[in-house]
Design a protein around this ligand. Structure first.
Ligand SMILES: Nc1ncnc2c1ncn2[C@@H]1O[C@H](COP(=O)(O)OP(=O)(O)OP(=O)(O)O)[C@@H](O)[C@H]1O
Length: 287
């Protein structure tokens, strides 16, 4: 069994005015990988290249150790996909979707599907065209979780859900990776959700990889320092990732907040959230 459930190597997709440039990252088995980046950074392009929905220009993508194009059918049988848009025919009911999916997926589990319909309070006999946006997303989750998928790929899947069902979904996702062979690629703008459940964070900015790091490493070590010019000028510049100047104050994103707090006891040093980290990379002055 391949150690990494997904490997993206030197992936490039050129749209002319946008290039997803030489992107590499991998997802080990048993983990949740958060994928973050500003609007237009290239997250959906990455996901669509992985799923071979769009053709890459170059690079290699292995899923379950197999080439994502050569073995596409076999691979997709074991992937659960949830996008923010509905991909099911509107005229179907969940009951009809169940029948259809049982013919598509080798390991379709009707009992699991019916249980998810109950848990998500989805009417089995109502047409999807009469579902709310959130109901359509819940239906997509019910399908993705009912065919013994080993990899879930979620592209902005939870953004249309209310906080209660989102919380339920996060619990389901944590459960999903308890089997240490299964993993999740979770693209989201709701960075607080990723803070709760992701093991790794991959950050793309303007089509390029900024980092792929352990989430705990970011949360435990990165910090935001608020200080005046005198402290800023004496900070070790190799410790600074990015900074923002506001009148006479500097806000500085640093790699090792504990070291800075020790060296500058009077400076205000706070832990950085994933949102802080994104904002500093995108809007700050990079060192
Ligand atoms: N079919 C296409 N043809 C040309 N350009 C495209 C196409 N699809 C996407 N792009 C461009 O690729 C860039 C990245 O888009 P993408 O949808 O991957 O970003 P994203 O990070 O998912 O953004 P968002 O958070 O807004 O969903 C954008 O500049 C977009 O215009």
């Amino acid at each position: 069994m391949a150690e990494n459930i997904l490997e993206v190597k030197n992936l490039t997709k050129d749209y002319g005015d946008f290039v997803l440039n030489d992107l590499s990252f991998s997802i080990p088995r048993g983990v949740i990988m958060g994928l973050i980046g500003e609007n237009g950074a290239g997250k959906s392009t990455t996901v669509n290249c992985i799923l071979n929905e769009i053709k890459k220009n170059s690079g290699n993508i292995l899923i379950f150790g197999k080439d994502h194009i050569i073995d596409e059918c076999e691979i997709k049988d074991k992937i659960g996909i949830v996008f923010d848009e509905n991909h099911f025919p509107d005229i179907f009911t969940p009951k009809e979707i169940e029948k259809y999916m049982s013919g598509i997926y080798t390991n379709w589990d009707s009992i699991a599907f019916r249980n998810y319909l109950k848990q998500f309070e989805l009417p089995a006999k109502k047409k999807i065209k009469d579902f709310s946006k959130g109901m359509k997303v819940k239906l997509a989750f019910a399908v993705a979780l009912s065919h013994k998928a080993e990899l879930l790929i979620l592209d902005e899947a939870t953004s249309g859900l209310d906080p209660i069902i989102r919380d339920d979904i996060l619990d389901i996702l944590i459960d999903f990776v308890q089997d240490e062979n299964y993993s999740i690629l979770f693209s989201s703008h709701i960075t607080s959700d990723l803070e709760k459940i992701a093991d790794y964070i991959t950050f793309i900015h303007k089509g390029r990889l900024v980092f792929c790091s352990l989430k705990d490493d970011l949360i435990d070590n990165y910090g935001v320092v608020s200080c005046g010019a005198s402290v800023f000028d004496t900070l070790d510049k190799t410790e600074i990732i990015s900074y923002q100047k506001e009148d006479y104050q500097y806000k500085v994103l640093v790699r090792d907040r504990n070291k800075i707090a020790k060296d500058f006891p009077k400076a205000l040093v706070e832990p950085a959230t994933i949102e802080n980290i994104m904002l500093f990379y995108v809007k700050g002055e990079l060192q």
